[in-house]
Ligand binder design. Structure first.
Ligand code: GN1
Ligand code: MG
Length: 383
């Protein structure tokens, strides 16, 4: 979601200065800030080449409070983007431009360090002819999101796991996230715990279920795979005209994980018509038809490689990840809003309450959700 175009002001000069560090073609025309992530800073810039062609690029600053080793993030991203491009281009030569590509920077790396501009910057192609949604509007979009991330997992499942390092350790380790919350409650540096007693109690009551997936993973009952780990609906680029999925973006958290974390985060963001900032909690609930389409899209792409145990926990993962992200918002609220970008007072508390409401709604549908998944799986074996 661009805010405002800049072509000749100080912001434009900064964007041009950063863009000129990369192998982009031509002269800077204009740029705009894209405001749909909580972590990195993102600009879309347009350059005109000598022959009059206008090309758009994405410039992004990697947040080094969140990603402690940004160079490692870039090594992961480079391997993943290359692997995907190689696979897609082998199938469809005309798909160039529809996968993420990094542009080299001055000096030969795929990033540049600009200490006076906040640190590390990188440059991607802008995937033209596509758009994203912050909330799902119809079941077709939910299907496409599921299909896109299922296909993504399929595309990267043959990468060498040794090649991809953890960019944020314990990213989806829910018991660890809960322990972090309890540490923040105990420290309570800003005296905010008093505002969220009810939420803290709620989590204590739910905490017996937080370790289900990590325990199964530790026992070897759930396979560790390379996964995306941030499968929000607005990380799927859909064709502007047909609304079919073109590619997924935001690869910074691609690392070893459970496919259930990816599916869970899709349930969190593609089955509710309200976004995570919605304050009117009466609008925050899961819609079963959206879940069904999401599951159908995901399984159409992924049913071939999932194990029966993975399939058994798909619905539960929606509840778990929604609760986990809510817990992370609450922890950041207590810590003083250092991690997630906020734009109003109590923003992280609002988000946490929203997520807990959604988690309760998902929880009340778990049996129906899992039944639907079982039915879908049976339909594949019959085909
Ligand atoms: C962050 O920046 P964004 O919106 O892509 C976060 C995700 C959360 C999400 C909640 C690296 O992602 O884990 O699910 O906010 N990313 C990181 O909206 O922490
Ligand atoms: Mg992200």
């Amino acid at each position: 979601m661009p805010l405002q175009q800049h072509s000749n002001d100080d912001i434009a000069k900064r964007m041009a200065r950063i863009g000129d560090e990369f192998a982009v073609n031509g002269n800077f025309l204009y740029g705009e800030e894209l405001c749909n992530g909580h972590i990195n800073t993102t600009y879309r810039v347009c350059y005109r080449s000598e022959d009059g062609r206008e090309d758009r690029y994405i410039l992004q600053r990697i947040n080094d409070y969140v990603f402690k080793d940004p160079a490692q993030v870039m090594r992961n991203v480079e391997k993943v983007t290359r692997h995907i491009s190689w696979k897609i281009l082998r199938r469809r030569r005309d798909a160039a431009g529809q996968t993420l590509q990094l542009y080299p920077a001055r000096g030969g790396r795929n990033y540049i360090m600009l200490p006076d501009e906040g640190g590390m910057w990188r440059c991607y192609n802008n995937i033209e002819g596509t758009h994203t949604y912050d909330v799902v509007e119809n079941t077709r979009q939910a299907y496409q999101a599921g299909y896109a991330f299922g296909s993504f997992q399929d595309l990267i499942c043959d990468m060498n796991p040794e090649d991809i390092k953890e960019s944020i350790p314990d990213f989806h380790n829910t018991p660890k996230r809960y322990a972090d919350l309890l540490t923040s409650v105990a420290a309570d540096p800003l005296g905010r715990a008093v505002n969220c007693r009810e939420e803290i109690e709620k989590l204590a009551a739910w905490s017996g279920r937080f370790g289900k997936l990590t325990a199964m993973q530790a026992k070897g009952d759930l396979p560790t795979r390379i996964t995306h780990n941030d499968t929000k609906i607005n990380n799927v680029m859909l064709d502007e005209e047909t609304d079919t999925a073109v590619c997924v973006i935001d690869l910074d958290t691609v690392m070893p994980g459970l496919v259930l974390y990816d599916f869970g985060d899709m349930v969190r963001t593609a089955t509710c018509r309200a976004n995570e900032d919605e304050e009117d909690l009466s609008k925050v609930y899961m819609q079963l038809p959206f879940f069904e389409s999401l599951a159908e899209g995901y399984l159409d792409a992924a049913h071939g490689f999932l194990t029966p145990t993975e399939v058994d926990w798909l619905a539960f993962s929606g509840w778990l990840i929604t609760t986990e992200i809510g817990m992370r918002f609450l922890t950041d609220y207590l810590d003083g809003d250092k991690y997630f970008r906020t734009s109003k007072p109590e923003h992280n508390l609002i988000r946490a309450r929203n997520q807990f409401k959604l988690a309760e709604s998902i929880d009340s549908h778990l049996e129906q959700m899992q039944q639907y998944i079982r039915r879908l799986m049976r339909s594949y074996t019959k085909r």
